[in-house]
Design a protein around this ligand. Sequence first.
Ligand code: ATP
Length: 239
Amino acid sequence: MPLLEITDMTVAYGRIEALHGVTLHVDDGELVTLIGANGAGKTTTMRAVSGIRPLSSGSIVFDGQDITRMKAHVRVAEGIVQAPEGRGVFAGMTVMENLEMGCYARTFASRAEHDATVDRVFELFPRLAERRTQLGGTMSGGEQQMLAIGRALMARPRVLLLDEPSMGLAPMIIQQIFRIVSEINAQGTTVLLVEQNAQQALSRSDRAYVLETGSVVRTGPGKELLADPAIKDAYLGVA
Ligand code: ATP
């Protein structure tokens, strides 16, 4: 049974329909990527999953439960957690305070569980451990992105939603972010990723979906799409 199952999902902004019957699923433990050109509907799909945008029709089932009309904050408590963009960190709060904000919607069974989650984030991002008292707003772009992902991990996601974590970052930092996303997934967290950086994303994904003007036009294992000449042409910038 898939952990996350979207069926025939239609989402509109006013009278403009952005998604026209999208069907996709993410199995427990998978890393699944959505790729597509600007305006294809990737961000809208993520917003619908996190509960920020309502569906006009179709359904979203998470772990066997219909969540189509569930409020966003309840979804977080259920384990559907979207990392904000790096720029979404709280600039006037320290790294540690930012991380603490990540778990407000999730109650820990014990202090030990809380501490273990902080430790896990610091193991993944040693940089954040070094800078725990630094203000979020004074960190570099890459560090802010790490903090945004770390903050999401504090909510102990069962599925982590990442919308273009590599956006605007230098190539070396992008590598690092991708490596960490793979590691988070290898540690057991299911990941749904949106990326413009299709090469990197596909090579690290179990499966991927290609969105085009609001519809899924291709799906398959990441490496299979990566090797497909039509995909290369359209999304990888090589002939
Ligand atoms: P990008 O990579 O540029 O973010 P995307 O694949 O994430 O693209 P979406 O942002 O989901 O695409 O946009 C899908 C469609 O919905 C586009 O036609 C876009 O213009 C439209 N759209 C997105 N956000 C809004 C909004 N707030 N109001 C009206 N239309 C919107």
